[in-house]
Design a protein around this ligand. Structure first.
Ligand SMILES: CC(C)(COP(=O)(O)OP(=O)(O)OC[C@H]1O[C@@H](n2cnc3c(N)ncnc32)[C@H](O)[C@@H]1OP(=O)(O)O)[C@@H](O)C(=O)NCCC(=O)NCCS
Length: 250
């Protein structure tokens, strides 16, 4: 079993989308490995608690989910399902993004609903997950750091999606808004993020938004309506299409 890397999924360099990290750059590889091992060991009590709480003993002992000691397991209820349980396939609260103080950063796991992981996922440090409905996470998904996902209804994230830092994805407004006849006009609605979507830092994805495959969402955008065109670049507040037929790489 390999302990988590300082930067998440990528072992020999910065994680996709991460700004340079003065905290780890220039350290000898042996020191980096030691640091990773220490972080894994520090997280072991929470990792054990998490796995034993959600999975049958045989699966739990494989430690398919690694939890950092910096994760606050606020509500460890509901259900977690793994399509492919393998050691450390899902990591919560690790990573190392230089512009954040990861020592003081805290992730939150507040789950009373259902979370499905379709493969590997790396929910970086400071990620807040609040699920009373359902959260479906595809394969090879990265949530860089300090992002929040609120799923009161349903949030689905496709394979190979990259959610940058400080992003908010929320399928509810939290408070009702009513018209003159007393009808609620802002009911929670599912959010669906397609495969290979990159959501730039500090963006907000609101209820009912569906994002087609391959879309790039520019930094600090607010998505209030769906993006139906695959491989488009969108940006602004509210976000509009900026370019079409683009490709991006991690
Ligand atoms: C989306 C992005 C990749 C586009 O980069 P680019 O291809 O070099 O695009 P340009 O800077 O040439 O801008 C193209 C157009 O989009 C607009 N645009 C770019 N970013 C925008 C944004 N965040 N919001 C609104 N419009 C934006 C530009 O104003 C420009 O419009 P114009 O053609 O009318 O002048 C980049 O702007 C961005 O937002 N990157 C996100 C970075 C990030 O979040 N990194 C975190 C690490 S995961």
């Amino acid at each position: 079993m390999t302990p988590p890397t300082g930067l998440g999924l990528v072992r020999n360099g910065p994680r996709a989308g991460a700004p340079p990290s003065p905290a780890t750059d220039g350290r000898p590889p042996a020191l980096k490995s030691l640091r990773r091992a220490c972080l894994f060991a520090l997280g072991l009590p929470k990792t054990l608690l998490f796995n034993l709480r959600y999975f049958p003993l045989r699966t739990a002992l494989k430690l398919p989910v690694w939890v950092s000691h910096r994760v606050w397991l606020m509500e460890l209820a509901g259900e977690v399902r793994l399509a492919r349980p393998r050691p450390g396939g899902v990591k919560i609260g690790f990573g190392d993004i230089g512009i954040f103080d990861q020592h003081r950063s805290r992730s939150i796991w507040q789950v009373t609903g259902r979370v499905d992981f379709g493969g590997t996922a790396d929910l970086g440090h400071g990620t807040k997950i609040a699920v009373s409905g359902a959260l479906v996470v595809g394969n090879r998904v990265i949530v860089a750091a300090e992002s929040a996902i609120v799923a009161q209804h349903e949030v689905c994230i496709g394979d190979d999606a990259l959610i940058s830092w400080d992003v908010l994805i929320i399928d509810t407004d939290g408070h009702g808004v009513y018209d003159a006849a007393g009808r609620r006009i802002n009911a929670p609605m599912p959010v669906r993020i397609g495969n290979a979507v990159w959501i730039g830092c500090r963006s907000v994805v609101l209820k009912g938004v569906e994002i087609a495959d391959g879309v790039v969402v520019a930094a600090a955008s607010t998505l209030t309506r769906s993006v139906e065109v695959p491989n488009a670049m969108v940006g602004g507040s509210p976000a509009k299409i900026i370019r079409e037929n683009i490709r991006w790489k991690r």
